[in-house]
Design a protein around this ligand. Sequence first.
Ligand code: DQA
Length: 144
Amino acid sequence: MATLFILNGPNLNALGKREPGIYGGQTLADIETLCRAEAEGLGFSVDFRQSNHEGVLVDWLHEAGDTAAGVAINPGAYGHTSIALHDAIRAIHVPVVELHLSNIHAREEFRHRSMIAPAVKGVICGFGAQSYLLAIRALRGLIG
Ligand code: DQA
């Protein structure tokens, strides 16, 4: 069974207690459960990971390029700052979808820019935990 990597960046381990008015009340473990059900229904297994460290996310993207069928990534704040993540995505040859729980365009101006958006296949934001499931469906379509 082909595997999707679902990667999560900094502070997403705090979901559930972190600004629930913006990010919702579900924990990252809750979201992982939803992702597994969605992906398995579409014929994928899931490797679901979170790190607060930029270089670890770079390493995981490289690993995904060797072993995964596609990647959904919520880069957290690194999405707004990280040329290293941009470059890592451009260095691999599997489809990558960027996602955010919140609508980053409806928030502070510093969140409007994504450094990784030019390197990914597409961006999904603003649908809460549903953003993850939409990203998985998008990958299903891209992988064919
Ligand atoms: C986020 C949006 C980012 O701006 C923020 O830094 C996060 C979470 C989201 O999922 O809405 O950590 O990626």
